[in-house]
Design a protein. Structure first.
Length: 143
């Protein structure tokens, strides 16, 4: 009987939610969204142009720490705190995703405008330029 009570006690408390403690310096949800957004941009640029960040001596974590005046402990405590609440963290990532999509749309629009302003190079003119003239053909045939 004693074992059953102890076992029930262990099962009861092992199923209890173990909340992550609030960080000493809690960042606002919006600040965390900004941090996640900046991190996503930097990681994408690192994947697309791997040497660019290295050439400019930019390390992603150090950049984030400096920009948001954080230390690594504060950063990880806040990451852990927000990640413990799945619904909240999912909502935050949705905001990041929306911002990234909005930025992509803005950049696509700018690229399309620039492409419209650049005159197209005609390959037909190149072909015409490379065609021998009638005088050249006559001179070649008379040789």
């Amino acid at each position: 009987m004693k074992r059953i009570v102890v076992l029930a006690f262990l099962v009861l408390f092992s199923c209890a939610e173990n909340p992550v403690p609030k960080p000493d310096r809690l960042l606002s949800e919006e600040t965390m969204v900004d941090i996640l957004y900046d991190t996503a941009l930097l990681q994408a640029s690192e994947a697309y142009l791997p040497n660019k960040l290295t050439e400019n001596k930019i390390r992603i974590k150090n950049y984030i720490y400096t920009k948001y005046d954080l230390d690594s402990t504060t950063y990880y405590q806040n990451q852990r705190y927000y990640a413990a609440d799945f619904k909240k963290y999912k909502r935050m990532y949705k905001k990041v995703s929306d911002r990234l999509q909005q930025r992509k749309t803005e950049l696509d629009t700018l690229i399309a405008q620039e492409n419209r302003n650049v005159p197209e190079k005609s390959t037909d003119k190149k072909r015409e330029f490379n065609k021998p003239s009638i005088k050249e053909l006559d001179s070649l045939s008379s040789q």
